[in-house]
Design a protein around this ligand. Structure first.
Ligand code: BG6
Length: 470
């Protein structure tokens, strides 16, 4: 396939050194859950007591087998055009008891992965936490406990010391709002608590843990950048009616600005604080917390974008005795005619990625960022196998291309976007959805020894990266 042939037709050329790659996480890909010293995370524990909560009863023990196959997988990354790749270290593998002894086998494993990536000219982006609280830390209260915050900061310091000579891009958390929503508000994930006040405490403690880890990184004077990965899901009002617009602003305060503002501006949005204070829902803030948040801003932001949130003004009053939920302040809105990914049920709205970019440019000091996740989940994807035996996922190529057109436009208009990572490299295990929705550039055949086959999108992605555009 001659490179020049594609280059001639490039209409969307991206800046030099643009990051092309994908994102994944340790718990979703490594497998080898309970060998070589690793101890259970909340996922292993929850699966052991309630396997029925996981799609088809498939749990986290053998997720995709990256632990044993990483060399082969890194070759597949090359074949799919990666110049960068994000995964996460599992706290429960590196420090199995949460604090104390470091697992030398885990150090050896992560060293090998990092070295193998670098040897193949793939920049490792390392995240420290992807929903995976070690169970022994959850037993101490998880993110509600300051002892666990201390333990996380110690774990982060160890990671920087052990791997910071080679890893130049660090992230403290992936989508830290998800454990708040899923574990403490909506009963989706373990510990299955439904209590806004406790959720707010989890959110605040997570932000303190993040800021302290950023501070620890800066103290070490390593070469490199540190940031956080946030799922930004902008809220759009049903209409320009002021009540709908207010509903969208409030929803943005809860679901986007709650994390985005403290990590980039060093403070919580005053309007959010006001709403919580009026309802007596503010979390406990310890002496020094606000200063730590103020003093430790990120260098780089990862933006995960999948779909927008649409809201409207509340139509019915909330019963007076109902325990508070953010949804007491707005109603969800289903926009007629919206475009849907029929294989996952999520809305597809490409230009929202541009709106996020312009918002970061205009309201967040044009912070350097990259698209750290974007992708299309497909249930029952085996039906798209062609006669040659690989999945013909033109829908995924269209999805990425249409989003990239808006990313390109945002860059042209001055947004500081440094790269694009698709979710994900190979089909992986995804929490309670297990292997239901496939997102990979590479298929993983669960029925046939976890065999890997590059999909059509993976071949296309390589050309995209080689041409630095399309
Ligand atoms: C992202 C998470 O938000 O969504 C991933 O960071 C997750 O960990 C992905 O796997 C896809 O989720 P789902 O539910 O469609 O499989």
């Amino acid at each position: 396939m001659g490179k020049a042939r594609f280059e001639q037709n490039i209409q969307h050329q991206f800046p030099d050194n643009f990051w092309w790659g994908s994102a994944a996480s340790g718990p979703q890909t490594e497998g080898a859950a309970l060998i070589d010293g690793r101890k259970p995370s909340i996922w292993d524990y929850w699966y052991s007591i309630e396997p029925g909560c996981f799609h088809n009863g498939v749990g986290p023990e053998n997720t995709s087998g990256f632990y044993h196959r990483f060399k082969q997988d890194i070759q597949l990354m090359k074949e799919t055009g990666h110049n960068s790749f994000r995964t996460s270290i599992q706290w429960s593998r590196l420090i199995p008891d949460g604090t104390g002894e470091i697992n030398v086998k885990a150090v050896a494993f992560y060293n090998q992965v990092i070295d193998e990536l670098l040897a193949n000219d793939i920049e490792p982006f390392i995240n420290l936490y992807h929903f995976d609280m070690p169970m022994c830390m959850q037993e101490k209260g998880g993110w509600e406990s300051r002892e666990v915050v201390d333990a996380y900061v110690n774990y982060a310091q160890n990671c920087f010391r052990l791997f910071g000579d080679r890893v130049k891009y660090w992230f403290t958390f992936n989508e830290p709002i998800v454990p708040v929503e899923a574990g403490y508000l909506y009963n989706w994930h373990y510990p299955n608590i439904v209590d806004f006040r406790r959720g707010a405490q989890v959110a605040h403690n997570t932000i303190v843990a993040h800021a302290r880890a950023v501070g620890a990184f800066k103290k070490l004077n390593l070469e490199g950048k540190i940031g956080i990965i946030l799922n930004l899901t902008p809220s759009y009002p049903k209409s320009e009616n002021s009540e709908d617009v207010k509903a969208a602003q409030i929803s943005d305060l809860f679901f986007n600005r709650s994390f985005l503002d403290p990590v980039t501006k060093g403070e919580y949005p005053a309007d959010l604080v006001k709403i919580l204070k009026e309802r007596d829902l503010l979390p406990t803030v310890e002496a020094g917390d606000l200063e730590v948040i103020k003093d430790n801003l990120i260098d780089l932001l990862g933006v995960n974008y999948y779909q927008p949130r649409r809201v409207k003004a509340k139509s019915e009053p909330v019963p007076e005795d109902a325990a508070f939920m953010p949804e007491h302040l707005f109603d969800p809105y289903i926009m007629p005619g919206r475009k849907i990914n029929p294989h996952r049920g999520w809305e597809i709205c490409e230009e929202v990625i541009y709106d996020i970019m312009i918002d970061l440019r205009d309201h967040y000091d044009n912070i350097p960022f990259f698209i750290s996740e974007n992708g299309m989940g497909v249930e029952g994807e085996e039906k798209f196998h062609n006669q040659e035996g690989f999945i013909e996922d033109d829908y995924r190529i269209d999805f990425v291309r249409e989003h990239l057109k808006w990313v390109h436009k945002g860059i042209q208009e001055g947004a500081n976007c440094l790269g694009y990572h698709i979710w994900t490299f190979m089909d992986n295990w995804s929490w309670t959805n297990s292997y239901k929705n496939r997102y990979g550039l590479v298929e993983v055949d669960l029925k046939n020894d976890l065999n890997r086959t590059i999909k059509k999108s993976g071949r296309w992605y390589k050309r995209l990266a080689e041409n630095n555009g399309f």
